[in-house]
Ligand binder design. Structure first.
Ligand code: NAD
Ligand code: 6OD
Length: 513
């Protein structure tokens, strides 16, 4: 097994001999994280540190895959596509996907502990969102591949010929999956589950910040009867490292990527020469639009969640909040109260609402926007700095939840994705103005609209230039629906049949009757 987890049961972090990761008394220490190639754990020549963002301690040494190991992983995946997995039918693949979901749930605490340690997200969030969604991703796509219909047409041509056209679904081949650090297992399995359901094999490059759960998943794959070579993991960075070695590789047939828009642009250049299908889920600068006729308390709570969940590190988070002038002051005041009531602290405490940012570097980026907002003329409503704990958490990468008002819509803080627990709140006077302001962005991922006027909810939702509009909710997911973004937020849609269609090659057969 590539990861080497040690579990101990301790009453408190102080008495934990590992001293590293604490999870409700269960402490998981992953000493060494290796590549997983053709069913084997493989060490590279170089290592880098996996750091716990809550206190800056090193959780594990991660091996970095070099070019030859990426070659081996791609070759193993190519070989596996010609083997048992490539020949397997839909029922068999679906059965294995259900097993994977079960095995993830059997190791629930281990996955939670690893995700909490890698990301610094609160244990309550990882337990409620990340790990359950990973299992759900496999079940949903197992259900779907069993029931997915394909098109067929009885054809009559103008010159009197007749034919039957029908479509068959085939795997694309070897899919390169590249994922970010904010929802590591959730976003990996969101792509992996449909890729496997369609019969592909994969080489995964998880974020260098969060390598643990992709590696733990290798054990689940083995235990679920997934043949060697179907699931491969290579660790490392992007440019001139495992990420680029993978996207440049002539042996992969498609690239599916979630991450920053600029990285998407770089990957697109790399794959352009070999004309491979790409699916990109990229950044966002999402709006929440709050009308005076909203359910006020529900809107304040919903917007607070949309701004601060996962320390604002969800691509769908709202960094721009537009509030109808009649309720503007009251709304800002209540949002401030919500922000100030968030319990910031150790991710392993069940009561913690907000953990740290992912890294020192990312914290510096977010703090640079906090400074920029002031120099761009913002009024600080709350936050704007770094919390102090007086203990080991001061070595972590925490920032305060932050709210600004008063910025011009053209400023960088209103235009650029910050990816932290921060929003700017601006007033609007009419529905038309709200729609115009919300759409005045180069991104186009998500929007949330808060109103009790049903017709307005539909009307405004449909005018948003985004992949997903939520009305009186946020991040409420049905995995069968299309998910993706417009503009800088992505290319293509995944979810439900959109995923199955991306991860398949469709072959139309025309039979002359
Ligand atoms: P990132 O783009 O820096 O990194 C993502 C992955 O790409 C990592 O595994 C990284 O190593 C790899 N990578 C970087 N450069 C590469 C290159 N040149 N070639 C190949 N691989 C390369 O993103 P991040 O900082 O990990 O994640 C945060 C970003 O992701 C935010 O912009 C956020 O909005 C976005 N995101 C979008 C979605 C979505 O569904 N739309 C979901 C989550 C995160
Ligand atoms: O819920 C999902 O399927 C999904 N792709 C969420 C993306 C969240 C971005 O950080």
């Amino acid at each position: 097994m590539s990861a080497n987890p040690e579990i101990c049961v301790c009453p408190s972090v102080a008495s934990c001999p590992t001293g590293l990761v604490r999870c409700g008394g269960v402490h998981a220490k992953v000493k060494s994280i290796l590549n997983y190639i053709n069913g084997q754990s493989v060490r590279g020549k170089r290592e880098f540190a996996d750091v716990n963002p809550a206190d800056g301690t090193v959780i594990a040494d991660v091996t970095e895959a070099d070019q030859s190991q990426v070659d081996d992983a791609v070759q193993a995946a190519r070989h596996a596509i010609r083997g048992e997995w490539g020949r397997s039918g839909v029922r068999e693949r679906a059965a294995r996907l259900y097993k994977i979901a079960d095995r993830i749930e059997e190791r629930f605490d281990l996955f939670v502990a690893a995700e909490v340690a890698d990301t610094g997200k609160p244990i309550a969030l990882a337990s409620k969102l990340d790990i359950p969604r990973a299992a759900a991703n496999f079940r949903v796509f197992a259900d779907l591949i069993k029931t997915a219909g394909l098109e067929s047409f009885h054809t009559e041509t103008p010159d009197g010929k007749s034919a039957l056209n029908y479509t068959v679904r085939k795997p694309l081949g070897v899919v390169g999956i590249i994922t970010p650090w904010n929802l590591p297992l959730l976003l990996l399995t969101w792509k992996l589950a449909p890729a496997l359901a369609c019969g592909n094999t994969v080489v995964v490059k998880p974020s260098e910040e969060t390598p643990a759960t992709a590696t733990l998943l290798a054990e689940v794959m083995k235990d679920s009867g997934i043949p060697d070579g179907v699931y491969n993991v290579v660790h490392g960075f992007g440019p001139r490292s495992a990420g680029e070695f993978l996207t440049q590789h002539p042996g992969i047939d498609a690239v599916t990527f979630t991450g920053e828009s600029q990285t998407g642009a770089a990957i697109m250049k790399t794959v352009a020469a070999s004309v491979k299908p790409v699916s990109f889920e990229l950044g966002g600068k999402n709006a929440a639009v709050v009308f005076a006729d909203c359910d006020f308390d529900e809107a304040v709570s919903g917007v607070a969640e949309a701004v601060f969940l996962n320390t604002g590190q969800v691509c769908l988070c709202a960094e721009r909040v537009y509030v109808e002038r009649a309720i503007f002051d009251r709304f800002v005041e209540q949002l401030k109260r919500k922000a100030e009531s968030l319990r910031i602290g150790s991710p392993v405490e069940q009561t913690t609402d907000m953990g740290p940012l992912i890294s020192a570097q990312h914290r510096e980026k977010v703090l640079s926007y906090y400074r920029l907002a002031l120099s761009e003329g913002a009024q600080l409503v709350t936050g704007g700095g770094v919390p102090e704990f007086g203990n080991g958490l001061d070595r972590g990468f925490f920032v305060q939840p932050t709210i600004y008002t008063g910025l011009a819509e053209s400023t960088r803080c209103v235009k650029e994705e910050i990816f932290g627990p921060v929003c700017h709140v601006a007033p609007f006077d009419s529905e038309e103005e709200a729609v115009r302001m919300a759409n005045d962005t180069s991104y186009g991922l998500a929007a949330s609209i808060w109103t009790t006027n049903l017709k307005r909810g539909h009307r405004v939702a449909q005018q948003m230039n985004v992949g997903i509009s939520w009305v009186n909710c946020w991040f409420l997911r049905d995995l069968r629906t299309p998910f993706g973004g417009a503009g800088l937020s992505g290319i293509g849609r995944e979810g439900g049949m959109h995923s199955l269609n991306f991860y398949s090659e469709l072959n139309n057969v025309c039979i002359r009757l």
